[in-house]
Design a protein around this ligand. Structure first.
Ligand SMILES: C[S@@+](CC[C@H](N)C(=O)[O-])C[C@H]1O[C@@H](n2cnc3c(N)ncnc32)[C@H](O)[C@@H]1O
Length: 390
């Protein structure tokens, strides 16, 4: 086992739950050693997104794994760096060219001047013409896009500093891949599509892994299922709109062909309130359901109450059905309506879960669902829940 620093992006709590769920689903041995914001993570009933920092890190003990694959699978981790125990003995650059680029990303307030000097000297000793790259945002750390753009992983290296620990980046999230997948999808419906990031987060929270069958009972244009297929899962989608079920089928067939995937896929044009009649058994479900009318401004109290009244019976019925057909976890989003007064209007989801014979899952002992997912520019707040049979 070795120590690794996982740098988490937006929504650090969800990101931590995501990676714990991912490792657990695959029986990977892991131990969360510390988080910089540990005081925030300790045993609170989180319903308000307590962590607001955009970058937070976690120290995890792990065996040697395929980190390039893991960072592609995870939505919430932006960098993985292996802790260096002896800097003098560490091979920093393994390429052949003598012209390299390197960077130091600090995720705490420690003074890195000494480290900078050390690296400069070391580059000289190793006869490398090394250029130090800096953050494009005047931060103490480089964004993943900076690391990718400067090709630091191939043509140099990055050192990460966190809680006085020094580590070397072994994998970095590539935001350009998401951009490419979003653009190349043959059928698009911009305002109604879940983001790739949230889709992957839900898949991983559901505990679904390679070869499992994952169900999205509100599949829309198939974004979530597309990501699931790229992770090697078999997928089933349901959408009551003919237009959506056709579009998701086309998008998924395109993905299967383009990436030469072996996944089995099935799409039903049907109502998820009766899904157990045609979907008998799946390993897991992950979904962003119908969330009520699209909001371009904060709703009035009256409209928020109306939306809740409309959504409650739908969620009641669908969760009861899901509890019959899903053997593992159900990762689901529910809306929470924020009024301009700051008041929140929400469903009585605890009751709905109970009546469906479900309960929230405990992924790590010090965190509980729901957890808020923040979507920039969204007028609606999203609560993320992970449920299993009670
Ligand atoms: C928020 S979208 C889902 C986004 C989708 N998960 C994606 O990956 O793009 C909600 C979808 O639920 C569908 N829907 C609404 N009520 C439904 C029901 N009772 N059964 C099945 N689908 C339903 C709508 O047609 C819509 O496409």
């Amino acid at each position: 086992m070795q120590d690794y620093i996982f740098i988490l992006g937006r929504d650090p709590e969800l990101s931590l739950l995501e990676l714990a769920s991912y490792f657990r689903a695959r029986n990977m041995d892991f131990q969360i050693k510390e988080t910089r914001e540990k005081q925030h993570f300790s045993g609170h009933q989180n319903a308000g997104g307590v962590l607001s920092e955009s970058e937070t890190a976690v120290l995890i003990s792990l065996p040697e794994l395929d980190f390039a694959k893991i960072i592609k699978d995870l939505a919430g981790t932006v960098k993985i760096a292996r802790v260096i125990t002896n800097l003098d003995e560490e091979e920093l650059y393994t390429g052949v060219s003598n012209k390299i680029k390197y960077a130091i990303s600090s995720y705490d307030d420690s003074d890195i001047d000494e480290l900078k000097e050390y690296l400069k000297k070391r580059m000289r000793q190793e006869k490398l013409k090394a250029v130090l790259k800096r953050s494009s945002r005047e931060e103490a750390f480089l964004m993943p896009s900076d690391v990718v753009r400067h090709k630091l992983m191939g043509e140099g290296f990055e050192i990460v500093v966190y809680n006085n620990v020094i580590a070397k980046t072994v994998a970095v999230f590539n935001p350009y891949e998401y951009e490419k997948r979003d653009k190349e999808r043959p059928l698009q419906r911009p305002l109604h599509m879940i983001s790739i990031r949230l889709a992957k987060m839900l898949i991983n929270l559901s505990g679904a892994k390679e070869k499992d069958v994952l169900l999205d009972p509100f599949c829309g244009y198939g974004i979530l299922l597309q990501e699931a297929m790229l992770m090697g899962l078999d997928v089933i989608g349901i959408d009551k709109s003919r237009e959506c079920s056709d579009a998701s089928r086309k998008n998924l067939e395109f993905t299967a062909k383009k990436y030469m995937l072996q996944s089995r896929l099935k799409i039903f044009n049907d109502d998820s309130r009766r899904l157990s009649r045609f979907v008998i058994k799946v390993n897991a479900a992950a979904t962003e359901p119908y969330m009520g009318p699209l909001l371009n401004k904060l709703p009035t109290k009256e409209n928020a109450l109306l939306a809740v009244k409309e959504l409650s019976p739908l969620y009641e019925d669908v969760l009861k059905e899901l509890s019959k057909s899903v053997s593992g976890n159900i990762a689901i989003i529910i809306p929470r309506f924020r009024l301009h007064t700051g008041e929140r209007i929400k469903l009585n989801f605890e009751r709905i879960i109970k009546e469906a014979g479900l309960k929230p899952v405990s992924i790590v002992p010090f965190m509980q669902f729901p957890v808020i997912y923040t979507a920039p520019d969204s007028k609606m707040e999203r609560e993320v829940w992970v449920l299993a049979k009670a």
